[in-house]
Design a protein around this ligand. Structure first.
Ligand code: ATP
Ligand code: MG
Length: 384
C-alpha cells in the first residue's frame, strides 16, 4: 500500500510539553488535509498518512510540506515488517545501469536481522536481479531505503522530501504582525510562524493618499501567508489623521520616527485587546534610516509590556527576497502600490533620533487621542 511517511522534529526537547506539542502538530496536519480523504496513524517516531485517493497524492504532499514542525516526508510502500515481504517489495526496484545503495533503519530491534546485515543481503538480492547495476555507498544514483518501525510495518522508499521544520503553529502562542505591503514583513510573519507563533496582522493605510489597491495588496499578501499560518485576522487601521497631524505639527525629519512610535503604541494596545503576546515587524538592521539601532530604540521604546520580534534583523535583503520567492509572496510585494510610509516621506529622515527630541515633538500632538482614533476606526478582515 502506498502511504506518506512523515518525520517530525526534535519534539522531545520540549520535556513535559512534548504531548501538547505533538497533539498540536497532529491537529495542524489534520486541519491542513481537511478537504482530503485519508487515514492517519501515529507510530513511535513517525506518522503515516494512508488510504488517500491516488490522484491526490501530489496535492497532499504539497500541503504537508507547508506544515511547520514536519521535517521531512517520503512517499513509501508499506509492507508487513517480515524479511520475505520486504524482499518481495525491494525486488521491484529497476536498477539496470544504475548505481545504488541500500539503507536499512531498524526502529524495531525485535526484527530478526541487524540493519547492516540486512542491507547487505538486500543489496545482494538487487545485484542478482539487476546484473548491470552497481553498489555505490558514497554517491549512489538511487537510494533504496527500508525503515522498519514499531508498528509491525516496514516502509520502502527512494526519496526523502524536505519539509518546513520549525515548531507546530500555535505552540509558541499568538502575536501581532505589522504587515505592510513590502517584501520584508510577510517574510517576518512566515519566519515567526515557523517558530510556532500563530499570527494576527495589523496594517495601517492612508486613504485617500494611498489607493484602495494598497489595501487590496495587503489582503492578498495575508492570503498568501495562510497556507503556512492558517486563518489570519487582519486588522486594518486608518493612519491618515495621524500622518496629517504629524505633517502639520512636527519636524519633517522625524516624520517616520513619530509615525512608527504611534504604530507601535496602537499595536501594543491591540495586543492587549486581543490577548496577543508579542509584536512582529519586518525590520532589518541598517536597511533604511528608520531601521538603525537608534531608530529601533526610540520606536521600540514606546512599547512597555510586549517583546518585539524582528526575525529579519540579521538578514540581507537578498536572503529575505529568496524566502519571499520560496513562500510565494514576492510577486505581490513588488507590485507598485504606495505604502502609507511613503506618503509625506521626508527628504532627510533622521538616522540617529533621540528619545528627548521625539518626546519634544510629540508634545505638539495629542498622542492619546490619535491612538484612540486609530483604534476606533479598526476594521477586521478574516483571511482564510
Ligand atoms: P517591508 O518590506 O515589510 O515593508 P520595509 O523594508 O519597507 O519593510 P519599512 O517600511 O521601514 O521597511 O517598515 C519596517 C516595518 O514596519 C515593516 O516591516 C512592517 O513590519 C512595519 N510597517 C511599515 N509600514 C507598515 C504599515 N503600513 N502597516 C503595518 N506595518 C507597517
Ligand atoms: Mg515598507
Amino acid at each position: 500500500m502506498k502511504v506518506i511517511l512523515l518525520r517530525f522534529g526534535p519534539l522531545y526537547l520540549k520535556g513535559n510539553n512534548r504531548y501538547v506539542f505533538e497533539n498540536m502538530l497532529i491537529s495542524n496536519i489534520k486541519k491542513k488535509l481537511c478537504d482530503e480523504n485519508f487515514k492517519f496513524e501515529k507510530t513511535f517516531g513517525r506518522y503515516v498518512v494512508s488510504n488517500y485517493e491516488k490522484s491526490r497524492e501530489d496535492a497532499i504532499v504539497q500541503k504537508l510540506k507547508q506544515v511547520f514542525g514536519l521535517y521531512s516526508l517520503s512517499v513509501a510502500e508499506e509492507v508487513v515488517a517480515s524479511v520475505d515481504a520486504i524482499k518481495n517489495e525491494i525486488e521491484k526496484n529497476e536498477l539496470d545501469g544504475k548505481s545504488f545503495k541500500v539503507i536499512v533503519k531498524r526502529a524495531d530491534k525485535n526484527f530478526p536481522v541487524p540493519s547492516m546485515e540486512f542491507a547487505k543481503e538486500l543489496g545482494g538480492l538487487l545485484l542478482d536481479k539487476n546484473p548491470n547495476a552497481s553498489v555505490d555507498l558514497y554517491n549512489p544514483m538511487v537510494e533504496v531505503n527500508v525503515d522498519i518501525r514499531m508498528n509491525g510495518k516496514a516502509y520502502i522508499f527512494n526519496e526523502t522530501i524536505k519539509c518546513q521544520g520549525g515548531l507546530p503553529l500555535g505552540s509558541a502562542g499568538k502575536a501581532m504582525l505589522l504587515l505592510s505591503g513590502g517584501i520584508d514583513s510577510p517574510v517576518a510573519g512566515y519566519l515567526m510562524g515557523k517558530r510556532g507563533l500563530e499570527l494576527e496582522a495589523l496594517h495601517f493605510y492612508s486613504y485617500p493618499y494611498t489607493s484602495e489597491l494598497a489595501k487590496e495588496k495587503v489582503i492578498t499578501l495575508a492570503k498568501e501567508l495562510t497556507p503556512y499560518l492558517g486563518k489570519i485576522d487582519l486588522h486594518v487601521v486608518s493612519f491618515t489623521k495621524v500622518q496629517e497631524a504629524i505633517h502639520m505639527n512636527c519636524s519633517s525629519e522625524y516624520m517616520i520616527t513619530l509615525m512608527r512610535r504611534i504604530m507601535m503604541r496602537v499595536a501594543e494596545r491591540l495586543c492587549e485587546k486581543y490577548s496577543l503576546g508579542a509584536i512582529v515587524t519586518g525590520e532589518s538592521l541598517g536597511q533604511v534610516a528608520s531601521q538603525t539601532m537608534n531608530s529601533m530604540t526610540v520606536t521600540g521604546g514606546v512599547v512597555n509590556n510586549k517583546p518585539i520580534f524582528r526575525p529579519c534583523i540579521a538578514l540581507d535583503k537578498e536572503d529575505i527576497i529568496e524566502v519571499a520567492k520560496d513562500i510565494g509572496t514576492y510577486k505581490t510585494s513588488v507590485l507598485p502600490y504606495e505604502d502609507c510610509c511613503t506618503v509625506f516621506l521626508p527628504k532627510n529622515p533622521v538616522i540617529k533620533p533621540t528619545i528627548e527630541k521625539c518626546e519634544k515633538e510629540e508634545k505638539r500632538l495629542n498622542i492619546e487621542a490619535l491612538v484612540e482614533e486609530c483604534l476606533a476606526g479598526e476594521e477586521i478582515i478574516e483571511i482564510k
